[in-house]
Write a protein that binds this ligand. Structure first.
Ligand SMILES: [Zn+2]
Length: 532
């Protein structure tokens, strides 16, 4: 009996979640996510899967986020014919998120092809189109939480509420007869784990007594101060009052799904209670507008002591669906609030608003979520004095603030507690879905205290382990890796390049006069050609 797992994504990174489980009886994928962030990783979205899509029998999807679901239409386009199992909430969110991802890819590729044509390069095809994404929705099958079903012959699966997002799940797998003395081999894939005290979701739930846990680590190194819904709302109120005092706009880059709805609920609630000045809240994202409708529909299932449906229907909320409506927001000066995607500022309408406002002292940008390496949001968060948006350099004069409490992810102590509550874990814990400091942080937190250090594994991209042995046995994949381990971890040269250009501009502008600027330029030129 053999059970192998291949880490096809989210290994030493936070995106591209995808795990391939294989037995003699079939192959199943947990998640099939899009890679985001550095270009080296994003290029994987265009290259071949490290398996034959036609040989995959079924896909189990943990939740709707694109870094978990975003390559499903490609999988189908390349021959996958099985079902995609997901909760109803996940299916409803995917019905908006996947077509949106398809249309983003079509427009990104159209822009790239215009540049390529000017350079005489060949055209590129989008990974998939909006139409492909819509067609893929037919293959989804609804799954209830906490009830077993057969995923592939000999493998049963059960979904647990992961408390991270509407419909999110941790997935328990039982491989018949693959553990000691004919017992099933039990594996739990965490998906993304929500924090305690999340506004709209219950606390995560999952089973105990496993052979393996595969755990996300996004915030494994972070120890957030404990918070409550009310404390978080007060933090937001302070930022809103500061933005009002500055008499400029409050720009909130936010993930369209869940984060946006949490923010609206809290902002409307604060305005109704008179704790912050009432002002229009522009919801400038067609996707977020649709996701908000899904949340209204599921309002009764969400954990909340407040009337989600009523707050999400507030007259303070101005939904700007069309491009003309969106452009109309630019007429507003003074204090107003704009919520737009994407949450890491690397796409979407928020970039237009940032371009318009970043160089104004009276504007405030409030980051409310994780900012991955290489994204515009991360540059802002790191205090960049200037950034590039759509090829243009924009000075950063706006106040940049960050509230961590809205995170959809458990922090280090919460992840450690989640792992501890799964014990006994007989054979090992794989830490995935984290950047290096997070993986190291979580590993340190749980080593010996929760599981023996020798049973903690940090796989790299495309690693394969045999799991039916008494401890995970690595299988040699050196000839089958898509990227070298260093390439996955390092920031790629594109990011280094944009930082360098910004630094050069900075130094040249800061120089005392044109003569000094000439000296800097001559020195740079000399350094540039010194190797020739
Ligand atoms: Zn997620």
């Amino acid at each position: 009996m053999s059970v192998t797992v291949r880490f096809c994504g989210a290994a030493r990174t936070v995106t591209g979640s995808c795990y391939l489980f294989q037995t003699e009886n079939g192959r199943l994928l947990v998640d099939c996510g899009l890679f985001q962030g550095p270009k080296t990783l994003k290029a994987l979205n265009y290259s071949a899967f490290p398996f034959q899509p036609g040989e995959i029998d079924s896909v189990l999807l943990t939740h709707a986020h694109i870094d978990h679901s975003g390559l499903l239409p490609k999988l189908i386009g390349e021959g996958f014919r099985g079902p995609i199992m997901a909760t109803r909430g996940t299916i409803d969110l995917c019905s908006y998120l996947l077509p949106d991802a398809g249309s983003i890819q079509e427009s990104e590729v159209a822009a790239l092809n215009r540049r390529n044509a000017a350079r005489g390069r060949a055209e590129v095809d989008p990974i998939y189109t909006q139409a492909d994404a819509i067609a893929s929705l037919d293959t989804f099958r609804a799954i209830d939480y906490e009830s077993w079903f057969e995923a592939i012959p000999g493998v049963r699966a059960r979904y647990w509420n992961a408390g991270h997002l509407l419909g999110s799940a941790s997935i328990e797998l039982a491989f018949a007869g693959a553990a000691k003395s004919g017992q099933p081999l039990r594996i739990l894939v965490s998906g993304d784990i929500g924090p305690d005290a999340k506004l709209l979701e219950r606390n995560p739930e999952a089973p105990t007594g496993l052979d393996y846990a595969i755990s996300e680590s996004t915030y494994g190194h972070v120890d957030r101060p404990a918070t409550t819904s009310e404390a978080r709302r007060q933090r937001l109120a302070t930022e809103v009052r500061n933005a009002h005092a500055a008499n400029g706009p409050l720009l909130i880059p936010a993930f369209a799904v869940e984060r946006t709805q949490e923010l609206i609920v809290d902002l409307v609630d604060l305005m109704e209670r008179g704790e912050v000045p009432a002002t229009p809240i522009f919801l400038d994202s067609p996707l977020a507008i649709r996701a908000t409708a899904v949340f209204r529909q599921y309002a009764s299932e969400l954990k909340s002591d407040i009337d989600v449906n009523r707050l999400l229907s507030s007259p303070h909320l101005c939904c700007t669906e069309t491009v003309d409506e969106s452009k109309g927001i630019a007429k507003f000066t003074g204090f107003h609030i704009i919520i737009a995607a994407s949450g890491m500022c690397d796409a979407g309408r928020i970039r237009h608003h940032l371009k318009r406002w970043l160089w104004h002292r009276n504007a405030t940008v409030l980051l409310v979520g994780f900012q991955a390496q290489g994204t515009l949001g991360r540059f802002l968060d790191d205090g960049a004095k200037a950034v590039r948006i759509q090829g243009e350099e924009i000075k950063v004069a706006a106040r940049i603030c960050h509230i961590d409490e809205y995170s959809g992810h458990a922090d280090g102590p919460e992840l450690a507690r989640w792992i501890a509550a799964r014990r006994p874990i007989h054979r090992g814990v794989f830490l995935v879905h984290g950047e290096e400091p997070a993986l190291a942080g979580l590993s340190e937190r749980i080593a010996e205290r929760i599981v023996p250090a020798a049973q903690i594994f940090r796989p790299i991209l495309d690693d394969i382990f045999e799991l039916a042995t008494s401890a995970p046995t690595p299988i040699d994949v050196s000839h089958r890796r898509r990227l070298t381990p260093e390439a996955v971890v390092a920031l790629d040269w594109h990011n280094d390049m944009s930082k360098l250009i910004l630094d050069i501009n900075d130094r040249i502008e800061a120089a005392a006069d044109d003569r000094a600027r000439g000296v800097i330029i001559r020195k740079l030129r000399r350094a540039l050609y010194a190797q020739d």
